[in-house]
Design a protein around this ligand. Sequence first.
Ligand code: DC
Length: 225
Amino acid sequence: MLSPVITIDGPTASGKGTVAHRVAQALGWGVLDSGALYRLTALSVLQQAIDPEDIPAVARAGQQLEVSFHPKGVMLFGHEVSELIRQEHVGNLASRLAPNPALRQALLERQRAFRQPPGLVADGRDMGTIVFKDASLKIFLVADAQARAERRCKQLIEKGISANLDDLVADMRERDARDIERAVAPLLPASDAHVVDSSQLTVEQTVQNVLDLWSRVLPTPPAQA
Ligand code: DC
């Protein structure tokens, strides 16, 4: 029997990564940050000076990624790149590469291989609609662009990176539009997804929300005779 999966999809900076990690921790499950695979492809494309418009070359870069995830970070071709892939220009390139159907296909099996016992929490854009269509629980996590830009701004400043709130709001809106309007695997909730709006919620409240939904999905043990 396949291990259970909880999918958490949503726009950039909706907090899905943090929520996915906390839910996985609470359940003792593994976690898949699928956006990291798109960011790693973007970084690899930059490092190899591949033309982002060259569809087969970009897909090959995705296929050939030598990547390993560790509790403390991500390694690409033997180098620690956790900070590098979080940079805004890498995220932006990832969003530009993401509509490439050959790249999405190349990353599909890599993502599905994360499904291991006792379970997986997968975060991204198309986890519930494409990669894990049979997931036991699907969450679509949203927050308004202003709230997301404020969170991202705070994170960047905490890391000592300068940030401008207005630029971040504009960037969020631009990236949302690109992710929603693309023809391949657009950012949309699965028909059976629960939409959770975290604009006014703390991380703890959002995590609790997901865990409550999960406890309702869990099969009820048969009554003792
Ligand atoms: O979640 P993130 O911001 O790290 O993702 C970076 C980009 O990767 C995002 O703008 C769109 C793309 N992506 C995708 O197309 N499908 C996914 N499952 C995850 C990310």
